[in-house]
Write a protein that binds this ligand. Structure first.
Ligand code: 5GP
Length: 138
């Protein structure tokens, strides 16, 4: 896999404003924040999408994400926020290295705007889907 911009940040080739680092995880401020405190949390493992991530990196991310959210709340004073993780260009992923956005939502019009084109769950389809998903999960 060719090195992404986040790989270059991890190796120190490109500078960033680091906010956290441990054995598996690195976090830094987004260069184009949607709101003050917009932070990116990435695994050191160079997985492109979340489904490709090892259990070890996933566990490390899961352990630290709430701590980083608490720090962002404490520093910005903004209690509401979104955590976003895009996978694939059609799903708005621009950098091919797993990253979680922590985006404070100070007020309407700032932070993340979301389109949510929901439709009611079809009960018959849901039964089939859930059965297939349970089987896929083993
Ligand atoms: P995506 O659309 O892939 O979920 O988000 C990529 C994010 O990476 C964007 O929010 C963008 O501002 C951020 N980003 C891209 N290049 C850089 C960079 O060189 N430094 C930092 N700190 N953030 C970056």
């Amino acid at each position: 896999m060719s090195e992404t911009i986040f790989g270059k940040i991890l190796s120190g080739v490109i500078p960033c404003h680091k906010v956290y680092e441990d054995e598996h995880v690195f976090a830094f401020l987004d260069i184009n924040p949607l709101s003050t405190g917009h932070t990116l949390v990435i695994p050191k493992e160079p997985a492109k999408t979340l489904d490709a991530l090892s259990d070890e990196s996933a566990a490390a991310l899961g352990r630290v994400l709430p701590r980083i959210c608490r720090a962002v709340i404490a520093v910005t004073g903004v209690r509401e926020y979104n955590v976003l993780e895009n996978n694939g260009p059609g799903a708005h992923q621009a950098v091919d290295h797993v990253h979680f956005h922590v985006i404070p939502k100070p007020r309407h019009g700032e932070g993340l705007g979301i389109g949510w084109p929901a439709r009611p769950l079809d009960q018959q389809e849901a039964t089939h889907l859930a059965t297939k998903l349970r089987a896929a999960l083993g």
